[in-house]
Design a protein around this ligand. Structure first.
Ligand SMILES: [Mg+2]
Length: 240
């Protein structure tokens, strides 16, 4: 079993659970040991709390400015917030920064994007470009609600076919299930393949879980996701 060097967590939109999943996945990798793992949110806008959670999840091994080198005051897509702040961020700087962290002795770098797959991260960069340039393993995160099928299929379809081969979909369950959330999961598994989709339980106060060993109810879906990610990274369909 071989782990990918870079995992890019992409949302179907904003506020769907990327930070929760990125943090808990990172924490689980750290708990399992054997790999030096870190999580980055290269671009934040409208606050750096995501980066703080990711930093804590990895055990505070990097300073905040390394976890999040670019941050902007206005809560907009980072490229827009940067432009309005009179700054310009280039793809090569972002990719270079992520690779630079990996070279500090990390085996695995979890990268949280901002917003959805095509949300402008920099003038010439979105999360899809980031996946391509890092040859990353993508994880699509979507909220399980009415409309989720469309959101997830749109994101899935926007990925190049070769990249889809190594993509896993994580469905964040709502506080209370409803008819849509109950029927979405089997539909996703039917269309994308049973092995593509992981259901993640609703967490009321997920931040607190970072202070303690993860409970079995979280370890199970995280280990299922890790198995899928690592299988795909070493599988024959992984493009080089
Ligand atoms: Mg987030």
């Amino acid at each position: 079993m071989r782990s990918p060097r870079f995992i890019v967590i992409v949302g179907t939109g904003t506020g769907v659970g990327k930070t929760v999943l990125s943090s808990l996945l990172t924490r689980r990798f750290v708990e399992l040991g054997g790999l030096r793992c870190v999580a980055l949110k290269p671009l934040c806008s409208g606050g750096r709390s995501d980066a703080r959670f990711l930093r804590r999840a990895a055990g505070d091994v990097l300073p905040l400015d390394a976890v999040n080198p670019w941050h902007f005051r206005e809560p907009l897509a980072p490229a827009i917030a940067a432009r309005r702040a009179g700054r310009e961020v280039r793809a090569e700087d972002v990719v270079g920064s992520i690779r630079g962290v990996a070279k500090q002795g990390f085996d695995l770098v979890v990268v949280e994007g901002a917003g959805g797959l095509l949300s402008p991260l920099a003038e010439d960069l979105d999360a899809r470009d980031l996946i391509r340039r890092l040859r990353a393993t993508p994880v699509i995160v979507g909220a399980n609600r009415l409309g989720a099928l469309n959101e997830i299929f749109l994101t899935w379809d926007a990925l190049p076919r070769a990249v889809r081969n190594r993509t896993t979909v994580v469905v964040m369950e709502p506080r209370r299930t409803d008819l849509a959330s109950r029927t979405n999961l089997p539909e996703l598994r039917e269309r994308l393949g049973d092995g593509r989709v992981v259901s993640f339980p609703f967490l009321a106060e997920w931040e607190n879980t970072l202070a303690n060993p993860l409970p079995p109810g979280l370890r199970r879906p995280l280990d299922a996701l890790i198995a899928k990610i690592t299988d795909r990274a070493s599988g024959p369909s992984t493009p080089r």
